[in-house]
Design a protein around this ligand. Sequence first.
Ligand code: ADP
Ligand code: MG
Length: 729
Amino acid sequence: MATIRFQALQETLNRKPILVEEPSLRRSELYGINVFNAGTAKHYMPKEAYNAVVAAITHGSRIDRKIADQVASGMKAWAMSRGATHYTHWFQPLTGTTAEKHDAFFEPVGDGTAIDKFDGGQLVQQEPDASSFPSGGIRNTFEARGYTAWDPTSPAFVMGTTLCIPTVFVSYTGEALDNKTPLLRALQSVDQAATEVARYFDKNVNKVISTLGWEQEYFLVDTALAASRPDLVMSGRLLLGHSAAKGQQLEDHYFGSIPDRALAFMRELEIECIQLGIPVKTRHNEVAPNQFEVAPLFEEANLAVDHNSLLMDVMAKVAARHHFKVLLHEKPIAGINGSGKHNNWSLATDTGVNLLSPGKTPKSNLMFLTFFINTIKAVHDYADLLRASIASAGNDHRLGANEAPPAIISAFIGQQLTAVLDELENVTDGNLSPEEKTELKLNVVGKIPEILLDNTDRNRTSPFAFTGNKFEFRAVGSSANCAKPMMVLNTIMAETLRKFKKDVDALIEGKGLKKDDAIFNVLREYIKASKKVRFEGDGYSDEWVEEAEKRGLSNFKTTPEALKVQVAKETIRLFETHQVMNKIEVEARYEIELEEYIKRVQIEGRILGDIVTNHVIPTAIAYQNTLIQNVRGLKAIFESDFEQYAVQQIELIKEISGHIGKIKTFVDEMVEERKKANVIAHAEERAEAYCHHVKPYFDQIKYHCDKLELLVDDELWPLTKTRELLFTR
Ligand code: ADP
Ligand code: MG
C-alpha cells in the first residue's frame, strides 16, 4: 500500500487555515519597527555618531573606532529593547542563501556576574569560522579565513531575538566571497558614471542611486504532500509525475480569489516583512495552480537585494507554521509555468529624479532619452553577460519554456519610443541646424508624454522590457539572489555611460560641437549600433528564435554555455576597470557556479535513480504480478478458451515490461555517464558532460515512468501525483 502518499493526502484534507490575528498596530505603524533605520538611530546615538553613519551611507566615508563604539552601544540598547539577546553578522555567501552565526550579548566578567556587551569591534568586523562556504579556491581553509565587515548602507534589524547586522564577506586578502561586495562596488561605479552624465543636464545632481523593485513568484505545497515526494525534498522540483489533466489551461487561477490557507500565510508573511522594513505591497495568485507572487515597493538596489534575501528566508519560516513548503525553484513542475523574479530597475538622482522616467520639458526628456538609449546600448553590448547573470540549473528549465522569456536577450521599448528613436537616428551629423533642433525639441523629444506608463504596451514576452519609468529584467530566476543580475546590469551601465561621456566630450572638445548637438550625435550612433537587440514582437515564438539567429544574437540554452562569457577577456577587463571584481574573483566565481551546476544535476540524477529503482519499478512489478495472477486465474477457469478473456491483461503485462526495460536501461546508462563525468578534472568539461550526457536521460526516464503512472493501479502508486500536489487543499 502506498501509505505515505495516502497519509499525506488525508493530512492535507484535514488542514484548516491557521488563524492570523491582525496586530493591534496598523501596518503603517508596524513598518520598520524591527529595523535600526535612520529615524530610530537618531534617538539612540550622539549626533556625531549619527552624522558619521549618514556620511558613510552617502559618501562611503570610513567610520572610526570611537564612533563605531557609539553606534554599537546605541544599536545594542535599541536591539535589547526589541527583545534581542544575540547578535549576528548577516551575510550572503556564494551559496545563494543567507548565513548567520549568533553570539550572545551576555558576557561573564569573572566575579560571578555578567554584563551585556557589544562594542564597535564586534559591530565592524567578525571572523566567523566560515571555512566551508564556496570560495572557488580563493581561500585555502588553513591559510586564511573569511571576514565579515559591517555594511552601514543596509540597516541592522532584529529577527526573532537576534540583532542582524548586514555585512560583506571577504577573504583575508580582500577578495569578495559573497554576493554583496561586488554589488556595492558596481553601485559605486554606476553612481559615478551616471552622476557625470546627469550633470550635462542638471548641475545639482551629486549622486545617482540604482533602484530595484523585485517581484517574487513562488509555489505553495502542503508540507505533508511535499514530504511524500523525495525529489521535491532533495532537488526542489518534481523529476517525475504525469501532468495533471487540468493544469493552467482554463486560466482560472491568475488573479483569482486567494485560497484561505494561502491567504493566511500571506498575511502573516506580510506582517513579519513589514516589521523588518520590507515594504511588501502586492500579493496575488499567479498563472499556475498554487502559484503566487509577492512584491514590495522598490528601494535602493543594495537594500532591495538584502530584503529579497531576507524575504526568502522569512517565507520558509512562516510557511512552515502554516504547513506549507515554499517552492522557489524556477520550474518545480513540468508542463505549467515556472517562477521568475522580475527585477524592475532604474536609476534615480539625489535631486529626486527618476532617470528613466520621461520629464515635463524637452530638456528633462533629453536626459531621459540619454539614459534610456544608454541602457539599450549596454544591453546590446553585454547581452551575453546579462544572460550569464541569470544562468542556473533551475532557470535552464524555465527560459524558453511555457510562458517564460527565451534565453535570447532582447529589449522591448514599445511603439512610441521606437518612433522617437527612429527619428533620432536621422539627426544631422555634426552641428544641428536651429530648425532641426526646434523640430526635435517640439515634435520628437518634446512629444514624449510625461506619463508613458499608461501608454506603454506591455510586452510580457520580452526578457528586458521598458515599462514606462523603469526596465523590467524578467529573465531572473525565482530562487536567484538578485545581487548578481544587479551587479552586472549596473556595471555595464557604468561602462556604457562612461563611454558615452567620453564620446560626447570628444565631440565638444575635438570637433567644437555644442553640448546638445554632441549628445544628439552620440545618441544617434548608439541607437544605430544597438538596433539589433531591440525586438517588439512575440518573444515566445519560433519565428523570433530564427530571426534572432539571423541578427546574430546569442541563444545560450544551457548554463555551461551561458557562463563561459564570464571569464572572457572583455568581461575581466570590464570588471577590473570598474573595480567590481579582479581576475581572481571573476575566475573563482566561474568555478563556483560551474560546481553548483554540476552538483545540482548530480543530485537530481542520484535522486532520480533512487526513486525509479526503489519506488517506480517495484510498484510496476507488483501491479504486473496482480495482472499475471489474473491471467493465471482466467486460464484455470476458461482453460484453452482463456485468451479471449485475457487479451487486455496480457497487453498490459507486455506494456509494463516494455517500460520497465526502457527505464532500467536508461538508468543504467545514466549512472555510467555520471561515473564518466565525475572523473573529469576540469570543471568546465565536467559541467558540459553533466549537461549533455547525463541530464538528457532525465526526460527519457520521466517519460516511461509517467506512462507507468497511468497504467498502474492508483492504490499502489507510491508517489503523490501532480494533480494532488496542485489541487488538494
Ligand atoms: P507589474 O510589472 O506587475 O505591472 P508594477 O508596474 O506595479 O507591476 O511594478 C512592479 C515593481 O516595479 C514594483 O516593485 C515597483 O515598486 C517597481 N518599480 C516601480 N518604479 C520603479 C523604479 N523607478 N525603479 C525600480 N523599480 C520600480
Ligand atoms: Mg512585472
